[in-house]
Ligand binder design. Structure first.
Ligand code: ARG
Length: 470
């Protein structure tokens, strides 16, 4: 790194140790903030101009230099230059490049600005943008899954819904898909809130920790960036990463539904169950076993989610160790939060593609829908509707299940007859196939085709109405 690239040096007699500069550099991780830092810098130019600290001529020259850097970011040359120069971070790199492009104007860009308020502002802009991306991504996933639910509903595909990993009661595949879509609506809402709240207060103009003696026009800067207002305490502003961490949390927790769906479809895709087939575009083979079709992407979604959760958590906890104001620890927080956000975004993108490539086998599901006596609850419910109290109904059906199980056969009409005899009824009817069981569900939010159709209508209109801030 050339001495001119450094933003300090007057009070030192010799150059910093390059090994320690390298240790302290976050450039590789924060290069992706370049476009946001440019915006922060443009806003600071407005604050300087509004306060008559620089002339219109200097402001225009600074804007031109920043335009040129935008072009260099676009063609990739800026990243190469910054890495070669070995900057501590993207924030210093952009300031140095402005000075290199225009020595006269460049010396004014950092007037009344510290990297502390520069980093804080750039990170808020990044967090808001990535939260908006997240809202759009989560909404897209929910909509795509809801669309598949519609198709499955038309076919009334049934399968054995599980609890504890064991067959519980028959459900519609459409109901399962709707259950898979709902969390992404909530994720999209969380992202939208994060994006909106991020843009409430702008740290820029807080300088190092105490504000500035220069009459910076913070309102002009806030307006330029789209913030509602400037922050009202500089010390708090330079040491706060709430918006960034909230964005990291939203991505990390947003991956959880994807991980849980992955955990379910991995066994579904096994030939032992054959409920689903991982398509050629998303499956991996084995280097040894020629027959293999592995669900690797879903496994990576599952495992990667643990990593992004850990990154988001580490970002928060590293900040919990430091006093108010800016401390270099916050650079580590930045790295971990960016890792959570970018990692989470890669996970959701991969999940979306792999899920779209997953084909369901309705016949395989239907074949096993009543395995494990999944209609027993419906039989007990039918007894209750005939005036038998719930405890007795449960016991009577349980006893018949034990008989059928001992005889190694499914529940059949003879069992219904026996139950009828026990309650002194001539006839006793209850569902003996999974589809009839599903259709008999009567509550709002249940797996009956009518309830699922209504739920999908609501889900889709809530998705359409979701306000994603721009
Ligand atoms: N590299 C630091 C970060 O990314 C910014 C430097 C902040 N200020 C300072 N005095 N070291 O968080």
């Amino acid at each position: 790194m050339s001495q001119g690239s450094l933003q300090w040096g007057g009070r030192f007699r010799s150059a910093p140790d390059p090994a320690l500069i390298a240790f302290g550099s976050s450039l590789e991780d924060d290069l992706l903030l370049a476009a946001f830092d440019i915006e922060t810098s443009r806003a600071h130019v407005r604050a300087l101009l509004g306060g008559a600290i620089i002339t219109g001529d200097i402001a225009a020259a600074l804007d031109r230099a920043l335009d040129r850097i935008v072009a260099e970011i676009g063609d990739g040359s800026f990243a190469g230059w910054a890495m070669e120069e070995g900057f501590e971070d993207i924030h210093g790199a952009i300031d140095a490049r402005v000075r290199e492009i225009d020595e006269r104007a460049g010396g004014w860009l950092h007037a009344g600005r510290s990297r502390n308020d520069q980093v804080a502002t750039t990170l808020v802009l990044y967090a808001a943008a990535r939260a908006r991306d997240g809202a759009a991504q989560a909404r897209g996933i929910a909509a795509a899954i809801a669309e598949r639910a519609r198709a499955a509903l038309a076919d009334e595909i049934v399968l054995a819904g599980t609890t504890h990993g064991q067959p519980g009661q028959p459900i519609l595949l459409a109901f399962w898909l709707q259950a898979a879509a709902e969390p992404f609506l909530r994720v999209a809402r969380r992202f939208a809130t994060v994006a909106r709240e991020a843009m409430e207060e702008m740290p820029l103009g807080s300088a190092a920790l105490a504000g500035s003696s220069l009459p910076l026009d913070r309102i002009a800067a806030a307006r330029y960036l789209g913030f509602a207002r400037p922050t009202r305490n500089a010390l708090d502003a330079v040491g706060t990463r709430d918006a960034l961490f909230a964005c990291a949390d939203a991505w990390a927790t947003g991956c959880i539904p994807a991980a849980r769906i992955a955990a379910e479809v991995i066994p579904w895709s096994s030939p032992l169950l054959s409920y689903a087939k991982v398509g050629d575009a998303s499956a991996s083979g084995s280097s040894l076993m020629p027959q293999k079709r592995n669900p690797d992407i879903f496994e990576l979604v599952r495992a990667g989610t643990q990593s992004v959760l850990a990154d988001a958590r580490t970002a928060w906890s590293a900040s919990a160790a430091v006093a108010l104001s800016y401390h270099r620890d916050l650079q580590e927080c930045k790295r971990r939060a960016i890792a959570a956000i970018e990692g989470g975004s890669a996970i959701l993108a991969a999940f979306e593609r792999a899920f779209a490539d997953l084909a369901f086998d309705g016949a395989a599901m239907e074949n096993r829908a009543t395995l494990g006596y999944t209609l027993a609850t419906d039989h007990a419910d039918a007894l209750i509707l005939r005036g038998i109290d719930a405890r007795r109904a449960h016991r009577l059906v349980g006893e018949r299940v034990a008989v059928a199980e001992d005889q190694g056969r499914p529940f059949d009409a003879s069992d219904l007859q026996a139950l009828g005899a026990q309650i002194g009824a001539d006839t006793f009817a209850a569902p003996l196939d999974a589809r009839a069981g599903v259709r008999a569900k009567a509550t709002v939010g249940s797996t009956s085709p009518a309830a699922v159709a209504r739920a999908l209508d609501e889900l889709e209109s809530e998705l359409a109405a979701l306000g994603v801030p721009v």
